[in-house]
Each structure stands twice: as structure tokens, then as C-alpha cells.
Design a protein around this ligand. Structure first.
Ligand code: Q9C
Ligand code: ZN
Length: 628
């Protein structure tokens, strides 16, 4: 609970001779924060002006109502859902006097709706100025093509546009040192040669005169998103930013990252909103070691990352990216690493990691906010990741996550270097945040052996820290199925003297990229069937009850008798001779038919003869040509 809310309501309660309920924790905002006071000052004045003088001996009913409404308004304006019950009781002393009993019950932070989209093309204003094969995939087109595709699917206009701002020095210093900030600042005025020299001090980083400005915007965009979600303006959202953040560290840029946008956002959310549990999900294909370092000892931030690891042979080549880095000190158990020891991981492997590692732990953790380090280099076609997840996989990952934290999720772009794969995956994420129905996920649904081994090892390593893993039988596997193969490959590379090997890799890669382009073009058409115009249909027996349904539910008429005859053959007719059974069947088939014809997403039908209805429903599906 916020001090400002308490203070604004205090005069209200006081004038009724009441004090703030002791049971409410009122100090979740540090007193020196002015955010909430600012947003409330209008309300506060309003209260002072309009409230009856603090003598309520004769408090009439209308005034009680007024008071109640005021309290509610104040709380709701701040996104707190409360139940306020003011009841009037005559005092013993005299007929004219009342005691007002006040019960304030916090239900929860109110459920907001809407999706924020934060993007500014100014973040495309820096690029690599020299030749560096290590960095040449991190291009401005990454943002441009993602935003174009969002426009193409008409998703931009369905989102709430939130402007970017610069992150302040103070905000940047929630994670970074002032010395490092000064280094980055100094690159603004450097010439190419100087820029190149600074860049060389870091691993896989390039600076441009506009980098500093864009890095500040990337931080600010992320914080704008956090503010939009936490203030209840929206329920969730996505920030499309460059440069990415998850590799950068207190004193260092790293892996295209300058300021750690997501780590700063988590520190900011803790400070400003008094959050006690934040979940960071890093689905980028690289290990966000920068985030791990910031929160290693912090039990209030649960960090999950899966990453291409290949037994520490993949960048950033760190021992601490393995499954046994579980966190340190008080933070033990709050760092979850799923190292992928093979390339080619796909939808089933990612879902398995969610089902068996992230989701059980996250549900036990009960986060108040989710930040996603939303990199799409874990998607199909990406030259860095070499993985296989198709765009709709990200829809499903998003869908599972919004079941937590009241749906409060901020997705912040990290990597993603195959432009088509990146932009389709961004679109699937935003579509899901907007709560569009999900496309069915494609491909084989069993995880591969190597994925199972990694998953089993993280579960084993975290067994001491989470109840949901308490009964895990398996102990960490040391002889991984990929290990011997890995050794052989390493030897092969060492002994290989094939002169054209490098060239061959070069050509296959771009061919590969084009192949993925073509694949995605047809794949997306296949899976993105138009969204049915009606979400839910209902067929109910007594039409008089229709008014009890939410307005958005379309009430169906029963299937007409003529149509029904084609489903119920003369032989089967025996089964539905009774009028009641017939009506039930007509109801079920009416809804089913609409679903099959994609006129509605889902539905409910009232039936008194469920098994008979099911029999005919199945038959109708087969007739419709529905198969596995
Ligand atoms: N030969 C992000 O995705 N690659 N950063 C280094 C070493 C660096 C990735 C290759 C990849 C950085 C945000
Ligand atoms: Zn990455």
C-alpha cells in the first residue's frame, strides 16, 4: 500500500472519526518517492475542497454514499481494488449521532486491460561503422522490420502507444557504475578510430556516436513500459528497443549490450513500487550473464534463462551459465539456467523447459511482475542460435506467462538476427499479449534426449529450494548424451585441413536464411487462420436465462431439424426419440457446427444427455472431415 493513498484517504476517514485500518501495510513506497503523490495531488485537493467539514455527527445516508464513492475512486485511480463498507450505527448517547464503521478490504490490485507498445525509430539511428563479422548482425533493420510487420498485421493500432523517454543517470546507476556511465557518455563525441578503440575494450560490442543516446532511450522505453503496467494504464506490453541489454554488466558493455535495460527495470520496479517478487524470463538464445550477476544474491528476483551452451563451447563461454549456477547466499534457488548442449532445439524442447522447470517454480514463487528478456535468436533461422522454434512457440510461451502476476508482463527486446523470423515472432508475442487466440503449435511434441537431460539436471540442482521439485528422484547426469559427440567434433575441427570449409559455411548460412524466409512465408499463412468473429457461443435450454450470460457471449439457436436429420440417421434416431434428448443434441450441434465453421472460437452447450450428445458430436466432426 502506498503512503500517498493512505494520506489522501486519511482526511476522509478522519472526518468520520476513523483511523486507517492497522492491518494494512502502508509503506510499500519509500517516502521520498513523489510519483504517487503527483498523480494523486489533484484528487487530494478535490477531497479537501468537497468533503464535508469534519463533523459527521449527523452523517446522512447520501453523504455516506458520497464518502464511500470517494474512497473507492481514490483507490481505483491507483489501481487498487478495494471493498469499502461503511455502515451507520446509532450511538447510545443520542438519536442524532452516528458511528460510522468502516471496513476496507483489499481484494487485489485491479485487473487492467490493454497492451502497450513502445517504439521510437530514433533507436535505429546507430549502426556498425567498420568491418566486424562478430557484430554485423546487429542492424537497425531489426527494429524497422519488426515494427513494419506489426503494422502489417494491424497490431500497432490495437496497442496503446506509449512514448519513449531517456533513462536518467540515476536510473542507469541502479545497475551500472558512474565510471562506466562516463565511458559510454564519452563516446558521443568520438571519431571512428576512437570509437573502434573503446569498442575493443569489450567483448562483441561496437559504439557509434548515437549509441549513448539510443542506450538511454532503450532504458527509458523499458521503464515507461514498467510504469504503464504498474500504474494500471495497461495490463502488459512490449518495448522494441536497441541496443539490447542482458549481457551488459556493472562496468562493461558486452554482446551488443550497453545498459542492462531489464536489470535496471527490475531494480526500478522494486524501488518505486515496492515489489517483493519479480520474475525475469530470458528466452533469448544467449545467457544473460549480466542479469545473473546483478541478482545472483537477491531472492526477490527470480531469473530464468535458457541458452545455447554446448558444454561451454558457445559464447559467452562461461562456466557459470551451466545448470548448477543456482544463485548465491540468500539468492540460492533464484537463478535457473537451462543450458542447451545441442543446436536444433525446437518447440517441444522449449515447452518442456517451461512445463518442467520454469512454470512449476514460477507458480510457487508467485511473482508480482514479469519482465521478459525477449530475444528471438532462439527462433528458427537465426544465424546465432541455430535453433528451430517457430514463431507460434513464442505465442505459447507468452500465454503461459500471462497466467502469472495477474497478467502483468513487460516484454523487452533483446536479440534476434533473422529479420523475418524475428518480426514474425515479435508479432506472435504482441498478438498473444492482446489476447488473440493462439495458433496450434506445430511439429513433434516430444523433447529430444539432450533437452531432457538438461531439464533433469536443473531440476536436480534446484531440488533443495523448491517444494515442487522436492520429490524429484533423478540426480544430475554427468555423462550427457552429447558429450562424446562433442569431443569427436572438437577433434575433427582440430584435425581438419579442409581448405574450403570456412567458405562453405558462409554460403550455406545465407542459403539457410533464404530457405527460412520461404518456409516462414508459407508457414505463417497456414497457421494464422482468421480469428472467428465471435469468441464464445452458448446454447442453453432455457432461453430465459440468457441474460445471465456476459454480453459478449452469443446465444445460439438450436440446430434446425432438417440439418439434424443429416447427422442422425434413421437407425440412430431411436436414441434421441425423446424431445428432451433431441433438444440437447440440437444445442450441442449448434455450437459445435459454429466452431467447426470457424464462426466462433469456443462455446458451451447445455445438455441433459451428455453421452448421446458426445456420440453425435464425434460423428459430426468426422463427417466434417476433422481428423488428427
Ligand atoms: N565469436 C544478443 O543477442 N557473438 N547478443 C559473439 C563470438 C555475440 C548476442 C560470437 C553475440 C551477442 C543480445
Ligand atoms: Zn541473444
Amino acid at each position: 500500500m502506498c503512503v500517498a493513498v493512505r494520506d489522501s484517504c486519511a482526511p476522509l476517514l478522519l472526518c468520520h472519526g476513523l483511523s486507517w485500518p492497522d492491518s494494512l501495510d502502508c509503506d510499500r513506497f519509500p517516502a521520498d518517492e513523489d510519483m504517487c503523490l503527483a498523480s494523486l495531488s489533484k484528487e487530494y485537493k478535490h477531497i479537501h475542497k468537497e468533503l464535508p467539514k469534519p463533523i459527521c455527527q449527523t452523517c446522512p445516508a447520501v453523504e455516506e454514499f458520497f464518502t464511500q464513492k470517494r474512497v473507492l475512486d481514490v483507490f481505483c485511480a491507483n489501481n487498487f481494488a478495494v471493498k469499502v463498507k461503511l455502515s451507520k450505527k446509532r450511538t447510545v448517547s443520542g438519536d442524532q449521532a452516528y458511528n460510522i464503521e468502516c471496513q476496507v478490504e483489499f481484494i487485489n490490485q485491479a485487473m487492467a486491460s490493454g497492451t502497450a507498445l513502445i517504439y521510437d525509430d530514433e533507436m535505429t539511428s546507430y549502426k556498425l561503422l567498420w568491418d566486424d563479422p562478430e557484430c554485423d548482425i546487429e542492424v537497425p533493420e531489426r527494429l524497422l522490420s519488426s515494427y513494419e510487420q506489426l503494422k502489417h498485421y494491424h497490431l500497432v493500432e490495437r496497442c496503446i502507444h506509449v512514448p519513449v523517454r531517456e533513462g536518467t543517470e540515476e536510473e542507469i546507476m541502479l545497475v551500472h557504475s558512474s565510471e562506466y556511465l562516463e565511458v559510454v557518455k564519452s563516446t558521443q563525441t568520438m571519431n571512428e578510430e576512437e570509437l573502434q578503440r573503446v569498442s575493443e575494450n569489450y567483448d562483441a560490442v561496437y559504439f557509434h556516436p548515437n549509441t549513448y543516446r539510443c542506450a538511454k532511450l532503450a532504458v527509458g522505453a523499458t521503464l515507461q513500459l514498467v510504469d504503464s503496467v504498474m500504474s494500471g494504464k495497461v495490463c502488459n506490453g512490449m518495448a522494441l528497443v536497441r541496443p539490447p541489454g542482458h549481457h551488459s554488466q556493472r562496468n562493461a558493455a558486452n554482446g551488443f549490450c550497453v545498459f542492462n535495460n531489464v536489470a535496471i527495470a527490475a531494480q526500478y520496479a522494486k524501488r518505486r513500487y515496492g515489489l517483493q517478487r519479480i520474475l525475469i524470463v530470458d528466452w533469448d538464445v544467449h545467457h544473460g550473464q549480466g542479469i545473473q550477476y546483478v541478482f545472483e544474491e537477491d531472492p526477490s528476483v527470480l531469473y530464468f534463462s535458457w541458452h545455447r551452451y554446448e558444454h561451454q563451447r558457445f559464447w559467452p563461454l562461461l562456466r557459470e551459465s551451466d545448470y548448477d549456477a543456482v544463485g548465491q547466499g540468500k539468492g540460492k534457488g533464484f537463478n535457473l539456467n537451462v543450458p542447451w548442449n545441442k543446436v536444433g532445439m525446437g518447440n517441444s524442447d522449449y515447452l518442456a523447459a517451461f512445463f518442467h522447470v520454469l512454470l512449476p517454480v514460477a507458480f510457487e514463487f508467485v511473482p508480482e511482475l514479469i519482465l521478459v528478456s525477449s530475444g528471438y535468436d532462439s527462433g528458427i533461422g537465426d544465424p546465432e542460435g541455430q535453433m528451430n522454434a517457430t514463431p507460434e512457440c513464442f505465442a505459447h510461451l507468452t500465454h503461459f506467462l500471462i497466467q502469472l502476476a495477474n497478467g502483468r508482463l513487460c516484454a523487452v527486446l533483446e536479440g534476434g538476427y533473422h529479420l523475418k523470423s524475428l518480426s514474425e515472432s515479435v508479432c506472435m508475442t504482441v498478438k498473444t499479449l492482446l489476447r488473440d487466440p493462439l495458433p496450434p503449435i506445430s511439429g513433434e511434441m516430444a523433447p529430444c534426449l539432450s533437452a531432457i537431460e538438461s531439464i533433469q539436471n536443473v531440476r536436480g540442482a534446484h531440488k533443495p529450494y523448491w517444494k515442487c521439485l522436492m520429490y524429484e528422484e533423478a540426480t544430475p547426469l554427468h555423462d550427457l548424451s552429447t558429450k562424446s559427440q562433442q569431443m569427436m567434433e572438437a577433434e575433427l575441427i582440430q584435425t581438419s585441413t579442409h581448405p574450403t570449409a570456412e567458405q562453405a559455411v558462409g554460403t550455406t548460412k545465407s542459403d539457410e536464411a533464404i530457405k527460412t524466409d520461404r518456409f516462414l512465408e508459407s508457414h505463417m499463412k497456414k497457421i494464422l487462420s482468421p480469428v472467428p468473429p465471435v469468441k464464445t457461443a452458448a446454447a442453453i435450454v432455457s432461453k430465459a436465462d440468457a441474460h445471465l450470460l456476459p454480453v459478449s457471449v452469443q446465444v445460439e439457436m438450436e440446430m434446425n431439424a432438417q440439418e439434424l436429420k443429416t447427422v442422425v440417421s434413421a437407425f440412430d434416431a431411436e436414441l434421441v426419440k425423446e424431445e428432451k434428448a433431441l433438444l440437447s443434441l440440437q444445442n450441442v450441434l449448434a455450437v459445435l457446427d459454429k466452431i467447426l465453421k470457424k464462426k466462433v472460437c469456443n462455446g458451451i452447450a447445455e445438455s441433459s444427455v451428455a453421452s448421446v450428445s458426445t456420440t453425435f458430436a464425434l460423428k459430426h466432426c468426422f463427417d466434417f472431415g476433422l481428423q488428427r
